[in-house]
Ligand binder design. Structure first.
Ligand code: SAM
Ligand code: SF4
Length: 343
């Protein structure tokens, strides 16, 4: 059994799970609320939101991140939700996190995943606060389809948001597209064309069983290799190494950018998973599909020391499993849907 916490030659620590994977990336959900109702993520009606006091404050989030960075040399955090931009004062949180320095002095890599609805108003403030990268969700370029999928008539604001992110100098700007059979799989090439035009990197995500209304079925998943085939028939591209990035990256032969596919269902990347998740209500989750969580909020609010927080963190890393089993008979769907976990 590997040690959960190890010290490198240069004196910096790292967090190692029971399968010898280094854990160094934190996804932070900062709210469960959202201004959209994407069918693959949450039900249209009946969501019960967390009460405000249940949410971790910015100071509490900063403290957890500080411990992860100082003790285990975490490299990156991604803010998500729900929709992170609906949380007031988002740039303030980014400023706080941007002040944290890794033991080597290297800045923490801070990114955001957003639906982009208000990004045209926020992009430069986010960049000035210290955000480096951004992923914007866009599943269709057709207004009618967009309304059907998100229950909101906001496509032009999202497209303006993508342009604003590029103009603000966020680098890279990625477009996240969840591909669903018979819903939007006929648009993958159009979305690639759009990405090439605006200077953003499209990333196609296999539909996962974390939807709000339990309508997921294997038949609705479009396998990543099919997506790649459709794209490369029109825009030839070559697979390049992607390190610990869950997306398989393809660079276009004409050097006009790249696209990615995230095959979470057909080719899970659990062997290389380096993530931990923090939910908006202060629970650590060691996998998107975890069925148990570790409560760190109670420790934070009961005046726990950094050592106490570290104990909860190491306990979570220790329980991180080898991988999820979507599609197998022993797969158990987590109780929370995507918007409540933080995608
Ligand atoms: N509201 C933000 C957004 O939409 O980008 C951030 C939160 S959202 C839960 C994060 C990512 O999860 C989005 O890119 C979304 O498309 C993706 N997502 C949500 N439900 C999904 C599902 N069932 N399968 C695959 N991806 C999903
Ligand atoms: Fe909201 Fe993002 Fe979920 Fe859509 S995918 S409902 S924008 S949290």
């Amino acid at each position: 059994m590997p040690k959960l916490f190890s010290v490198r030659k240069d004196g910096t620590g790292q967090l190692i799970d029971s399968y010898n994977r280094v854990v160094r990336d934190l996804r932070i959900s900062i709210t469960d609320r959202c201004n959209f109702r994407c069918s693959y993520c949450m039900p249209e009606e009946g969501m019960k939101w967390l009460d405000r006091p249940e949410l971790l404050s910015f100071e509490e989030i900063e403290r957890v991140v500080r411990v992860l960075v100082e003790r285990y040399d975490f490299e990156s955090v991604r803010l998500t939700g729900g929709e992170p931009t609906v949380r007031a004062q988002l740039p303030l949180l980014i400023e706080k996190l941007a002040r944290l320095k890794r033991p080597s002095g290297t800045p923490l890599d801070i990114s955001l995943t957003t639906n982009g609805a208000t990004l045209r108003l926020l992009a430069s403030d986010l960049k000035n606060a210290g955000l480096s990268r951004i992923n914007i969700s866009l599943d269709t370029l057709r207004r009618d389809r967009f309304i059907e999928l998100t229950k909101r008539d906001q496509i032009s604001n999202v497209v303006s948001g993508i342009h604003s992110a590029v103009e603000a100098g966020l680098q890279p700007v990625k477009i996240n597209t969840v591909v669903m059979s018979g819903v939007n799989d006929d648009e993958v090439v159009d979305i690639v064309r759009f990405g090439r035009e605006v200077g953003a990197i499209p990333r196609f995500i296999e539909f996962m069983p974390l939807d709000g209304d339990n309508s997921w079925s294997p038949a609705k998943v479009v396998p990543a290799n099919e997506i790649v085939e459709r794209i490369t028939d029109i825009f030839p591209a070559k697979l390049v190494s992607s390190g610990s990035d869950p997306a398989k990256r393809y660079i276009f032969d004409d050097q006009m950018g790249e696209f990615g596919v995230i095959a979470s269902v057909t080719m899970p990347f659990c062997d290389a998973c380096d993530r931990l998740r923090l939910t908006a209500d202060g629970k650590l989750r060691n996998c998107l599909f975890a069925v148990e969580e570790q409560d760190i909020k109670t420790t934070l609010r009961n005046s726990g020391s950094d050592d106490d927080l570290a104990k909860v963190i190491e306990g979570s890393a220790k329980r991180k499993w080898a991988g999820h089993s979507i599609g197998n008979v022993n797969f158990i769907r987590p109780k929370r849907s995507m918007s409540q976990i933080g995608g």
